[in-house]
Design a protein around this ligand. Structure first.
Ligand code: UT7
Length: 320
């Protein structure tokens, strides 16, 4: 027994911010952003919250899956930008969709968040604990950006993607996951500090900082490595894979991964041009877009692979 994705959904905020909109308010250009990253526009929240976007994506995935909310045993949200420290986004989703039986919690693995949530759900199901899970990746990255730092704020966007996963005889074939905490400070966002009556602290909030070149070097090495490893575990070669659904951080990273794996770039669907980097949400959003376009048939084999803050990575081979 394994488990299979039986429904997907996604939500993108209505507000579209193009590269030229950014160049009006900071020293950047469409040329720089598009040529260095492939990003042309991104969606940013106005009224929407991380929970709201998660709930919209979840409702679409549940409807497509045909399961009832009350049948869901487990809800896991990969996010670093929940609306509250507690309750978790997963608990907010549970309340909104009426998944009364579900255990619900968030996981923090930054851009690998959806992969980590998916693997956790798979592991619970493989252990026979649960049968049906709702797995979400959702981010409101715009609220943790330093909008005076052009080297980071132009890269990221907001959104959510979801998948319903159910116990089945086909589905997940293999998975790998890892982290390198030694390199963690290359992509960081410090938690708030606060003063109390007994310290000399101050109330301070912090924003995302990234050593882009170090993260880039990590990604172009680690992503092909972990994809090769997960394929080897599955005893499947790249030719048998229909699509490689990668975390959408930078077009140049995706091109480099394709080259290192000796796979045509046509097998790497893209959403970063219109969404930017949506961290934990990027893989489930892209998977939903590919699914909704009718590009997937039962029996297709896919690789999903994420990487990012932590530093973390994770890859899985699935049968659709
Ligand atoms: O999802 C989590 C994982 N994250 C990633 O995978 C990100 C990985 N890193 C990257 O994708 C790339 O390193 C970036 C896109 C972040 C940056 O590209 P780069 O080619 O590494 O550029 P750079 O940081 O070396 O900056 C080159 C130049 C600098 O100017 P000087 O020092 O050469 O004069 C920057 O100040 O570009 C300048 N620059 C900008 N110029 C215009 C930095 N940001 C901007 C900007 N607009 N927004």
């Amino acid at each position: 027994m394994t488990s299979r994705i039986i429904g997907t959904g996604s939500y993108l905020p209505e507000l579209i911010i193009k590269n030229d909109d950014l160049s009006k308010i900071m020293e950047t250009s469409d040329e720089w952003i598009a040529s260095r990253t492939g990003i042309r526009e991104r969606r940013l929240v106005k009224e929407e919250t991380t929970a709201y976007m998660s709930i919209q994506a979840a409702k679409i995935a549940i409807e497509e899956s045909g399961v009832k909310a009350e049948e869901i045993d487990l809800i896991i949200v990969g996010t670093i930008t929940g609306d509250y420290i507690t309750p978790s986004t997963a608990c907010e989703v549970q309340a909104a969709i009426g998944a009364n039986r579900a255990a619900a919690f968030d996981v923090n693995a930054a851009c690998t968040g959806f992969m980590t949530a998916l693997h956790t759900a798979y592991a619970y199901m493989a252990a026979g604990v649960y049968d049906t899970a709702l797995v979400i990746g959702a981010e409101t990255l715009s609220k943790i950006m330093d909008w005076d730092d052009r080297s980071t704020c132009v890269l990221f966007g907001d959104g959510a993607g979801a998948a319903v996963v159910k116990k089945d005889t086909v589905g997940l074939i293999s998975m790998v996951q890892g982290s390198d905490g030694q390199k963690g400070m290359n992509l960081s966002c410090k938690n708030r500090e606060s003063k109390n009556p007994f310290n000399q602290g101050k109330d301070t909030i912090y924003y995302t900082q990234m050593n882009g070149q170090e993260v880039y070097k990590f990604a172009v090495k680690k992503v092909p490595e972990c994809i090769s490893e997960v394929l080897e575990k599955a005893n499947i070669c790249t030719d048998e894979i229909k699509y490689f659904i990668l975390h959408q951080a930078n077009m140049r990273i995706i091109q480099s991964v394709a080259k290192r794996l000796k796979v045509s770039e046509d097998k790497f669907p893209i959403s970063l041009d219109l969404c930017g980097n949506v961290s934990a949400a990027s893989i489930p959003i892209l998977l939903d877009q590919v699914n909704k376009k009718g590009m997937l048939e039962k029996g297709d084999k896919l690789v999903l692979a994420g990487f990012g803050g932590g530093l973390t990575w994770g890859a899985t081979v699935i049968e659709w």
